[in-house]
Write a protein that binds this ligand. Structure first.
Ligand code: NAD
Ligand code: WQD
Length: 336
């Protein structure tokens, strides 16, 4: 039984690959390295002492993708590959629609052709748009505020249509909240290009003095301290949810969405405090205007994943902050 991991050289995919190999699964990784580095593949091999095939392949290259399906007998696919920057998606929407949607259609089409019908898809809490209340459960209305989010919504719709057309598909839509942290070894982690968009990579770059200070976007939200509140989840907990989802799909047909979050909300200032305390590092910061499009509060109700997948997040914020800094300190220039 072999699992195809698309986007397996990336942040979440590389951690998933390590967990899958540790649990004895055979994997094949496919990635076009558009937002990652081959060094992460070396590190996965180093951490697990296991080898696996890697293909530098773009999901838009149907012929090459078909060849990979001809070579390997896949049991299931975990589909991480996609572009993920909200701001960039506003600037180059067609690239996002083409890459994320056409890429996923090519993948599903070839899965069907080769009779591989078990799929775990990386969706996002962004599909809840601006939720009216928290915690957010899977039945909340779906909407999106930017092209990136719309690609996730459209793909979810496409996958639901696919199941309607052929009920032998088994599909898990995993809606991630805010993944942070890294493998405790510090050998793999998040490797953003240029100035980080997301909070934790920015904080870790301030911590190692690569950047002068953090800009906190907004101090007048209706939250306990005025800064945005999110559901931060350790990437290792997150990827364990994928293994549980695969098990679930072994036993259940259908298409099902699951929130992968901790169920707790922490503000930007909470993160700065915990990060500073556990790592004994000051994080200089300055308040600036709100970032357009940001919601005040977003955290999950993860009860469905607990009930149906037998999964819950275990690592706390301190571990997330500690592991994030270890990765950044040991790899100040990422994989370069
Ligand atoms: P990442 O950019 O580190 O990993 C994605 C990988 O996909 C990269 O290695 C990239 O090179 C590859 N890729 C992109 N387009 C491809 C294509 N056409 N063909 C082959 N490979 C391609 O991102 P990540 O943080 O690991 O995210 C993984 C998935 O999870 C993405 O789909 C993302 O949208 C989703 N997600 C991420 C977050 C987050 O905060 N990191 C939150 C919610 C959902
Ligand atoms: C968290 C909080 C910011 C940076 C994004 C995507 C979402 C999902 C996860 C993929 C907010 C504040 C941030 C900074 C700050 N990705 N912040 N200064 O926006 O919740 O979610 O990543 O699916 O779709 O939108 O995460 O880490 O960018 O922001 O003050 O330099 O930190 O305003 O309150 P976000 P984030």
């Amino acid at each position: 039984m072999t699992i195809l991991v698309t986007g397996g050289a990336g942040y979440i995919g590389s951690h998933a690959a390590v967990e899958l190999l540790k649990k004895g699964h055979n994997i094949v990784i496919l990635d076009n390295l558009s937002n990652s580095n081959f060094e992460s593949i070396n590190r996965i091999r180093e951490l697990t002492d296991k080898d696996f095939p890697f293909y530098n392949c773009d999901l838009l290259d149907r012929d090459k993708l078909n060849t990979i399906f001809e070579i390997h007998n896949f049991d299931s696919v975990i589909h991480f590959a996609g572009l993920k920057s909200v701001g960039e998606s506003v600037e180059i929407p067609l690239k996002y629609y083409q890459n994320n949607i056409i890429g996923t259609i090519n993948l599903c089409d070839l899965m069907a052709k080769h009779d591989v019908k078990k799929l775990v898809f990386s969706s996002s809490a962004t599909v809840y748009g601006h939720p009216n209340k928290v915690p957010i459960d899977e039945s909340f209305p779906l909407s999106s505020t930017n092209p990136y989010g719309r690609t996730k919504l459209m793909i979810e719709d496409i996958l639901r249509d696919l199941y309607t057309s052929d009920t032998s598909w088994r599909i898990a839509l995993l809606r991630y909240f805010n993944p942070i942290g890294a493998h405790e070894s510090g050998r793999i982690g998040e490797n953003p290009n240029g100035i980080p968009n997301n909070l934790m990579p920015y904080i870790t770059q301030v911590a190692i003095e690569k950047r002068e200070k953090l800009f906190v976007f907004g101090k007048d939200y209706e939250t306990h301290d005025g800064t945005g509140v999110r559901d931060f989840i350790h990437v290792i907990d997150l990827v364990k949810g994928h293994l549980k989802a695969l098990q679930y799909l072994d036993e259940n047909e259908g298409v099902e969405a699951f929130n992968l979050g901790t169920g707790s909300g922490y503000s930007v200032l909470d993160i700065i405090d915990t990060f500073s305390m556990i790592n004994k590092k000051d994080i200089p910061y300055e308040f600036v205007d709100r970032r357009p499009g940001d919601v005040a509060i977003c955290y999950a109700n993860p009860a469905k994943a607990e009930e149906m997948l037998g999964w819950r997040a275990e690592k706390d914020l301190k571990e997330m902050c500690k592991d994030s800094l270890k990765w950044q300190t040991d790899n100040p220039y990422g994989y370069e």
